[in-house]
Design a protein around this ligand. Structure first.
Ligand SMILES: Nc1nc2c(ncn2[C@@H]2O[C@H](COP(=O)(O)OP(=O)(O)OP(=O)(O)O)[C@@H](O)[C@H]2O)c(=O)[nH]1
Ligand SMILES: [Mg+2]
Ligand SMILES: [Zn+2]
Length: 307
């Protein structure tokens, strides 16, 4: 039998077949993808082969089909373990809030670079727009101008006020869409606004710590009544960069990639080389300083609590 993994807790999996039947599965054997040692060999979105266990209601997954793409993060803590967030994604929404909780550009840029590396189109949703005062609105507009200039679509939304939810839905029709971002930014609230009968649990952001409560603990895929699938994911704190060589990181920043052909050295890392077109573009204001700074941090492999 064949199906798609719609939920994974690491020890058991929910798999849906093409008729919509759902099976509780375990895994058998070792699954290693291109030497990635991940905490979860099978992820939400994986297409798998499975068979029923004799005399039980349960099934066993014995093979994973090749992934079209997947998005991985490396934990920022010492374990440095990688975790596959989801596989076979058509579109990723990065949900960003500038307050309650604050999303830093270091996190945004790491997420976007990872999505670029796996060729997953990414749209930035600025959520909780109903809470913003003039200062935050100005900050949001400034960030929006940076990301739109590079080519990323950005959208102001409010999950609780149902603002621009119809536009979000239009992007999602007939696609498998991932919702990612820090805990408390409103991923599950957005999913509920898009598909109200799901009734996913949500929790207020702690006022003292300005952080989410990590309410969603496992990624889960849900069908959409207007066609397509939505993947709600647990909030991520940090986004470590996985297995990128120093030379390739710049290729995942579209605006850096655009200039690199004009650098004097073709192995230029754009950090302090002479006649570097990227550094020149930063000085001219054609590349954003925050993007460039975050690029340098990724180049140095620096750990930042906000990444
Ligand atoms: N004012 C306002 N509050 C929102 C909005 N979207 C979400 N919230 C609130 O933010 C809190 C966190 O929302 P969740 O949907 O649980 O956040 P999450 O991103 O799913 O968090 P995790 O599951 O922990 O990763 C809840 O109290 C929501 O009601 C919004 O657009 N405006
Ligand atoms: Mg949630
Ligand atoms: Zn350069």
């Amino acid at each position: 039998m064949q199906g798609v993994v719609i939920k994974s807790t690491g020890s058991w999996y929910k798999v849906r077949d093409s008729k919509g039947h759902i099976y509780e599965c375990r895994i058998k054997g070792k699954f290693r993808i291109k030497g990635i040692k991940s905490t979860n060999p099978v992820a939400v979105g994986d297409v798998v082969d499975f068979e029923m266990e004799e005399k039980t209601e349960r099934a066993v997954i014995y093979a994973i089909h090749e992934r079209k793409n997947y998005i991985v993060r490396k934990s920022v803590n010492l374990s440095k373990q990688t975790h596959i967030i989801a596989a076979n994604i058509d579109l990723a929404f990065l949900v960003v809030t500038l307050e309650n909780p604050k999303t830093h550009t270091a996190f945004i840029d790491r997420f976007l670079a990872s999505a670029e590396a796996y060729r997953i189109p990414c749209i930035i949703l600025f959520n909780k727009i109903d809470l913003y005062d003039e200062i935050l609105l100005a900050e949001k507009d400034y960030l929006k101008s940076i990301y739109e200039e590079i080519g990323y679509s950005c959208l102001d939304v409010s999950a609780t006020e149902a603002y621009n939810i119809d536009k979000v839905k239009a992007f999602m029709k007939d696609k498998t869409t991932l919702f990612s971002g820090h805990s408390g930014v409103g991923k599950s609230t957005l999913v509920n606004a898009i598909e109200p009968n799901l009734n996913i649990k949500t929790m207020p952001v702690s006022e003292s710590h300005n952080q989410g409560a990590h309410t969603t603990t496992f990624a889960e895929m849900h069908p959409l009544h207007f066609g397509g699938y939505i993947i709600d994911t647990p909030g991520i704190k940090g986004f470590g960069v996985v297995d990128f060589s120093k030379e390739e990181i710049g290729d995942y920043f579209p605006e850096i990639f655009k200039y690199k052909g004009e650098c004097k050295f073709n192995n230029c890392l754009h950090s302090n080389e002479p006649h570097c077109a990227v550094i020149q573009a930063v000085e001219n204001g054609e590349i954003s300083e925050s993007r460039y700074y975050n690029y340098l941090q990724m180049l140095e492999g620096e750990d930042s609590p906000y990444r």
